[in-house]
Design a protein around this ligand. Structure first.
Ligand code: GDG
Length: 486
């Protein structure tokens, strides 16, 4: 069958599943995140596999996990292949190298990096383990798509094993400028490892530019060509392609949910619970990159400068607990809680509390009801690869209400700059004024901006992203790509 598209094999740190125990029995549910939704149709068409860590459940043995994953094969369009890590590997490779070095460094938080030499050894070891799992589950005709910063060395290990595989990579987080990247002790090895992929996708042109500048430092003879979203790097007889392909969301799904009568009724109920006050809504994983304390300070400043807003606006912030075993995350939580109680202590009156903080995750319908109820979507990360929340907020505003205040340091700003109010999250006064502007914006302006935003989010959705990535990874030309930076 010469025209059959090659089978697709995905590798990501985590498998798109949740394992849990029920009545002493191990159970599995399939994830419903954007990535799985986008890749399901492709995996159904081509057939494929997904390789990653299954996560741990107290009391479940690895063999049991393998068995239950094998059983899901009948009802799933793709096979789930688990990679089991020891506790020590998880601590050193995932909490250490990935989340205490690469994550902070790539988001420009150099002072939060802990450059422990043991971390990188574990990073190499786990990337090799992923490569050898891929080696035994793929053949030369397959296309391997590796995701994100935890697995940047996979293609290098496949090459060391003398295996010929077509391998592409997508980085979901920012790629730093050379000044920052050069601080990484394992900098040359990571750059060379990335150059073993055939295609490397980033969210924006900023990342492509940073990456090729770093390549030029370590590969003096590389011939680099870059034009708009695309680039090629020629190393002797080999060519690596790079491209800016901003990830999208399943627009139609969020749009449809926001029109559902139950979701609409719930949004009205939320508004009612806040007695018709304006609502500002933020949703983030509790992470220092998301700029949460800075956002709270800007909100406080807005209340101080515009006392007419007192009792007339409530800021709802949903913070999903994250990476709780990493020290910086526990410290951040304390800092955020202190900021919130200081603001509430200062301004609360009668039945009005200015900041309501929810520390949990919500079912998606409830999340969409909150998006819909919110007059302002406040998304102010200090740095973010893309930021899907900003896109979901727009997709949920099928009624064209709502204003998006967005950090210029989120990848999404490249596509949403014409409809959002862009802010520098480090500029407190600027963010405070942007919040105020959003709260008092005339209806006509809001509708006009929301139409522009929704058009951008609809046109380049997550299906466009997955299809375009796969075309680019197969060396094909892509038409209709969005502005993804300068
Ligand atoms: C990385 C990059 C890039 C959040 N709370 C709840 C909930 N969520 C969902 C949102 C959204 C997702 O989580 C968060 O998306 P982000 O884009 O903000 O980011 P990260 O997890 O940091 O991911 C990021 C992304 O990869 C994709 O490339 O955009 O820059 O850091 O989809 O809806 N969902 C539900 N309940 C919650 O409480 N159901």
């Amino acid at each position: 069958m010469p025209n059959r598209p090659s089978r697709l094999v995905i590798a990501s740190h985590r498998l798109p599943i949740v394992l849990f125990m029920e009545d002493g029995e191990l159970k599995v549910i399939h994830g419903a995140g954007g990535l799985v939704t986008a890749l399901k149709p492709v995996l159904t068409l081509r057939g494929g596999k997904w390789i990653g860590c299954p996560g741990t459940v107290p009391g479940a043995r690895a063999e049991e996990v393998d068995r239950i994953l094998a059983e899901t094969r009948q009802e799933s369009p793709f096979e789930l292949i688990p990679v089991h890590l020891t506790e020590e590997q998880h601590r050193l490779y995932y909490e250490g190298a990935s989340n205490s070095v690469i994550w902070p460094l790539f988001h420009d938080f150099l002072s939060l990096c802990d450059f422990d030499g043991r971390y990188f050894k574990a990073y190499e070891e786990v990337n090799r383990l992923f490569a050898s799992t891929l080696a035994s589950h793929t053949d030369e005709k397959d296309l391997i798509w590796v995701h994100d910063y935890q697995l940047m060395e996979v293609a290098l290990h496949l090459k060391d094993m003398r295996l010929h595989r077509r391998c592409a990579f997508f980085l979901h987080i920012p790629f730093p400028s050379p000044d920052i990247y050069l601080k990484l002790p394992w900098r040359d090895r990571i750059i060379r490892a990335l150059l073993e992929f055939h295609f490397i996708g980033f969210h924006t042109v900023r990342e492509v530019r940073n990456f090729v500048q770093c390549v030029k430092i370590f590969e003096k003879d590389a011939l680099v060509r870059r034009r708009g979203n695309w680039g090629t790097i020629t190393l002797g007889s080999r060519m690596v392609s790079v491209g800016a392909l901003p990830i999208g969301i399943d627009f139609r799904h969020f749009d449809r949910l926001s029109r559902h009568p139950a979701v609409r009724a719930r949004a009205a109920e939320i508004k009612n619970n806040h007695r018709g006050r304006k609502i500002i809504f933020g949703v983030d994983r509790l992470d220092y990159t998301k700029g949460i304390p800075e956002r709270l300070t800007a909100f406080e400043l807005m209340l101080e400068r515009h006392p007419e807003m007192l009792k007339n606006v409530t800021f709802l912030q949903l913070l999903v607990p994250s990476r709780e075993t990493v020290r910086e995350y526990a410290e951040l939580r304390d800092r955020v809680e202190r900021r919130i109680s200081s603001i509430n202590g200062r301004f609360s009156q009668d039945d009005w509390v200015p900041v309501i903080f929810m520390s949990r995750s919500m079912p998606q319908e409830e999340l969409v009801a909150h998006y819909l109820a919110a007059d302002v979507g406040l998304v102010t990360p200090r740095k973010d690869g893309m930021n899907l929340v900003s896109k979901e907020y727009c997709a949920a505003h099928s009624d064209l209400s709502g204003t998006l205040v967005l950090s210029e340091f989120a990848g999404a700003a490249c596509q949403l700059q014409r409809g959002a109010i862009l802010v520098n999250p480090n500029d407190r006064e600027g963010v405070a004024e942007a919040i105020y502007q959003a709260l008092v914006m005339p209806e006509g302006d809001k509708r006009r901006r929301m139409k522009i935003l929704r058009h951008a989010v609809r046109r380049h959705d997550v299906f466009w992203w997955a299809d375009s990535f796969l075309l680019a990874a197969s060396g094909k030309h892509i038409k209709d790509f969005p502005t993804a930076g300068d």
